[in-house]
Ligand binder design. Structure first.
Ligand SMILES: Cc1cc2nc3c(=O)[nH]c(=O)nc-3n(C[C@H](O)[C@H](O)[C@H](O)COP(=O)(O)O)c2cc1C
Length: 197
């Protein structure tokens, strides 16, 4: 079981989201068989938004089917994983822009999805399960724009059928017991992962 951990926790070792992701990985190793984890630390990669030049280059390569080009390395890695874990803090009701740029890089026609004769996108990825972990300074309420977007993109376009998430909320609210909130989220995510057995 090849787990791809897309680490969008910009604050690195200080990140509470990263702490939850580490707990999730530990639980995956306990629950699932032969787990190997590939961690992609977005903050350490050269990931930029597409611009006119890179988009034109990408179209040309897509048309020729040259998906061995380095430009598609993130897409190839995503496509080959058996399970995707995404960790990202709740920023501006969503997640860090770096994660959005990454999602742009992996959403490649002919590599991770293809439009069928029915006019709809069909996923071409090996995995069908994606687990999303976030932490928020305040309450998320019905403004879960980051997870909603991930569900739309990965569910509708990339073909994932099993997309779930866990959040620890209100971590920056004065007087909140942060440790307790994190432990609750950890328990919740461990419970979810155990149910995958
Ligand atoms: C740039 C930035 C934007 C943020 N935007 C929000 C927000 O829209 N809503 C919210 O509740 N918290 C927001 N926060 C607070 C974080 O969600 C919160 O501190 C979170 O736990 C950070 O995760 P981390 O410890 O993994 O870095 C923001 C924090 C930063 C640095």
């Amino acid at each position: 079981m090849r787990v791809l951990f897309v680490n969008g926790c910009i604050r690195g070792q200080e990140s509470r989201t990263l702490r939850l992701c580490r707990a999730a990985i530990e639980q995956m190793k306990e629950t699932l068989e032969d787990v190997t984890v590939e961690e992609l630390v977005l903050d350490q990669e050269d990931i930029l938004p597409l611009n006119s030049r890179t988009l034109a280059q990408r179209h040309e390569l897509e048309e020729k089917g040259q998906f061995d080009h380095p430009m598609f390395r993130f897409g190839r890695q995503f496509k080959e994983a058996d399970l995707i874990l995404v960790g990202a803090p709740y920023w501006e009701y969503q997640f860090p822009a770096l994660l959005r740029c990454y999602l742009e890089q992996i959403s490649v026609g002919g590599l991770t999805f293809v439009y069928g004769e029915d006019g709809r996108p069909h996923g071409m990825c090996k995995a069908n399960k994606l687990f999303y972990i976030t932490t928020a300074g305040g309450p998320i309420l019905d403004r879960n724009c980051g997870f909603d977007y991930i569900k739309t993109l990965c569910g509708n376009m990339l073909g994932f059928t099993d997309i779930d998430y866990v959040a620890a909320e209100c971590l920056d609210v004065w007087g909140v017991n942060v440790e307790e909130k994190l432990q609750e989220a950890e328990e919740a995510l461990r419970g979810k992962i155990m149910s995958w057995r």
